[in-house]
Write a protein that binds this ligand. Structure first.
Ligand code: ADP
Length: 597
């Protein structure tokens, strides 16, 4: 009864079976295979001819499900009840090589006259399941990686999603600050096995140069995939028997080691190993492991950044605290400073008042001084007039204007004259000093030849020295040397110094006047071999009215003004007068003046 339309239907049917993506398997009511399309051939690994007419259950149903399958079919045929008909269910299938895999199954009863026919549509879910589990793994990992900023904790927690879904063993090693590896985590479902693995790692640390080991991965940054851990491989890596036994005990099957990267460098490695699951890792598992490691690396990087940021924040906070502290201190110092400033201001004020008082006192003293000098000046003047009269009249008497005199009378007149001369000297000294003190003495500074001054001094002093039987020497090396001085006053100084030398030197002593010049100074020294001046009196002799030893000076008493006047005169001409002396040996008075070119 093969009509044209039936032939066409049959061709269509064949074509549909051929192109269907899903597996289509038809069986009769006894379960024998009536149809097995190309997709079914590809999926289950049987050729159509092999299975046609044979019980389907023996081929594509996993052994542990076969009884249930037969029972279900029988129950349906008996009662018409079916739990699986017309539904999509997920079940396991079995390939010709024995592999069991997930399938989606829908069974329809083919509506047609005659004996019952079932059509089963099957779809291999292996890839879908794999993708789902990968997705689940990555999602789980992402959750864990995002959960904490403590990356060590994060890496440990990662074991929860990896074991056992993706690996039976999970280990993490980190590179420490010195570049050595530190095992952070080893996980397995069985704690006993974890202990064994820890023991293994402790007893037999990995050789740093072992190819394919963690050290190697960390050093090279290259991942390692060992699809099959063979006995031979174990033996080659074991080195020692004890280690080999431990390794064998763990029953390792397949392994991957992937580097962990953060901030551009390898910071550690994740090791994934299968054992009892018998799973074999392939390239795409390595891709997944690397994806996992990359996400973990990003989490580590984030954690490191966070640590850095928190550290700098802490540092900043610390600095802020320090700054606050410093600011407080500064404020305190500012307050102290303010107090000091106020105190200083008060002290300044007091000083100003004192200065004003001192100025007032000085003015008063100046006035008193001036009054004294005025008095001295006028007194000396007043004394000189009658003294001149005394001297004049005694000389008149001496030359006999009122008649001749006896020798005794001449003697008395000479005494009168000597005393009068002495008195006149004193008066002149006092007058001079008073003038200097009052600042009324005028200096006629000019270019004076030292040699000529010294020869005039010599003329004046020589008779005195001779009279006292003193040897004297003028070392006049200053011909053609000039000083800036008031000539009369300069002579007065030298006469003063030389007279003192004569006066304070015993008979037979020696007096020397020496002159030497430097580039800009002229120094003249009046030296004697006299009584000398005690060390503690050296400064005092220049004070007015100071006399070291009144007893010694012989008949002619001084006023104690000579040196005071001499030094004032020297200073008035821009020079100075100093002394050095040793008691019993003599004295050297040194006059220093500015040299004139
Ligand atoms: P006086 O008029 O008493 O000599 P001076 O002012 O000239 O006063 O000297 C002050 C004191 O310095 C003198 O009294 C004397 O004791 C001491 N004196 C001055 N020149 C000499 C000297 N060449 N040798 C020792 N003592 C001296």
């Amino acid at each position: 009864m093969s009509t044209e339309s039936e032939r066409r239907l049959s061709a269509l049917y064949t074509a549909m079976l051929a192109v269907a993506i899903d597996c289509i398997v038809m069986i009769d009511e006894t379960g024998k295979v009536l149809e097995f399309n190309p997709a079914a051939e590809r999926t289950f690994g049987y050729r159509r001819e092999e299975v046609l007419g044979k019980p389907m259950v023996d081929f594509i149903v996993p052994p542990d499900l076969r009884d249930a399958h037969r029972a279900g079919l029988a129950h349906y045929l008996e009662t018409g009840e079916a739990r699986v008909l017309n539904k999509r269910i997920e079940i396991r299938g079995c390939r010709s090589n024995g592999d069991v895999f997930p399938v989606e199954l829908t069974i329809l009863r083919v509506e047609q006259p005659g004996p019952t026919i079932f059509a089963a549509y099957l779809r291999d879910l292996t890839e879908q399941k794999r993708l789902e589990s990968v997705q689940q793994l990555l999602l789980g990992a992402s959750d864990i990686l995002a959960a904490s900023l403590d990356y060590e904790e994060t890496l440990r927690n990662l074991s929860h999603v990896v074991v056992p879904a993706f690996a039976d063993w999970y280990a993490v090693d980190m590179v420490d600050a010195r570049g050595a590896l530190r095992r952070l985590e080893v996980s397995h479902r069985d704690p006993e096995k974890v202990s064994a693995a820890v023991e293994l790692a402790e007893r037999f640390p990995e050789e740093p140069n072992q190819p394919g080991g963690v050290n190697h991965v960390v050093r090279t940054g290259e991942p390692v995939l060992i699809p099959d851990i063979s006995e031979a491989l174990l033996a080659s890596a074991a080195i020692e028997d004890a280690r080999l036994k431990l390794l064998q005990h763990l029953g390792l099957r397949s392994a991957m080691i992937v580097p962990l990267r953060a901030q551009g460098r390898v910071v550690g490695a994740i090791t994934l190993v299968t054992a009892e699951s018998a799973r074999r890792y392939a390239e795409r598992d390595l891709d997944l492991a690397q994806d996992l490691a990359q996400r973990a690396g990003e989490a580590i990087e984030k954690a490191m950044l966070f640590a850095e940021v928190s550290e700098s924040r802490e540092r900043l906070e610390q600095q802020a605290t320090e700054l606050q502290y410093q600011a407080a201190e500064l404020e305190e110092s500012a307050a102290e400073l303010q107090t000091t400033v106020e105190e200083l201001r008060a002290a300044n004020e007091a000083l100003r008042t004192e200065k004003a008082q001192a100025e007032e006192s000085r003015q008063q003293a100046d006035e008193a001084n001036r009054a004294k000098s005025d008095f001295l000046a006028s007194m000396s003047h007043e004394l000189r007039t009658p003294l001149n009269a005394i001297m004049g009249y005694s000389q008149l008497l001496d030359v006999g204007v009122h008649g001749p005199l006896e020798e005794l009378q001449h003697e008395d007149l000479r005494r009168i004259d000597r005393s009068a001369q002495h008195l006149l000297g004193l008066i002149n000294d006092i007058l001079n000093f008073a003038k200097i003190e009052a600042g009324r003495l005028e200096f006629h500074l000019e270019r004076v030849a030292v040699a000529s001054v010294l020869s005039r001094v010599e003329e004046l002093i020589a008779p005195q020295a001779l009279a006292k039987k003193l040897t004297y020497r003028f070392v006049n090396e200053c011909s053609n040397v000039f000083v800036c001085a008031d000539e009369e006053k300069l002579i007065q100084i030298f006469v003063n110094l030389a007279s003192n030398a004569v006066r304070y030197t015993k008979e037979g002593g020696r007096i020397t006047i020496e002159c030497r010049a430097t580039e800009d100074r002229v120094i003249t020294e009046v030296c004697d071999t006299g009584v000398g001046i005690p060390r503690d009196k050296l400064a005092a002799v220049f004070e007015p009215f100071v006399q070291v030893d009144r007893g010694y000076a012989g008949q002619r008493q001084g006023t104690g003004l000579g040196l005071a006047i001499s030094r004032d005169l020297a200073r008035g001409m821009g020079g100075d007068l100093t002394v050095r002396s040793e008691v019993g040996k003599g004295s050297v008075f040194s006059l220093e003046l500015k040299r004139e070119p």
